[in-house]
Design a protein. Sequence first.
Length: 85
Amino acid sequence: MDTDTINRERSLARKAIGWWQRQGRIVGDPTIGIERRPAPPDRAEALAENQVAALWRLAWTSPCGRRRSGSSSAKVPHGPMRWCA
């Protein structure tokens, strides 16, 4: 299980235990001493400049994103299976 999941489950347990305590159903808190786990460092890397440029080129040349000529209301033709409007 990853750190975020463990911390989320711990938080849920603490909320439920607090509610049960306020209701008088339990006296102690079994989660005392269970510390929040630190999140691992983010190892994601930013896209390189050439990767960003490639994404922009793709967006402008795909059937759903290509430049429209003429007025801004010009329709881009697309077939029945396209998901773009």
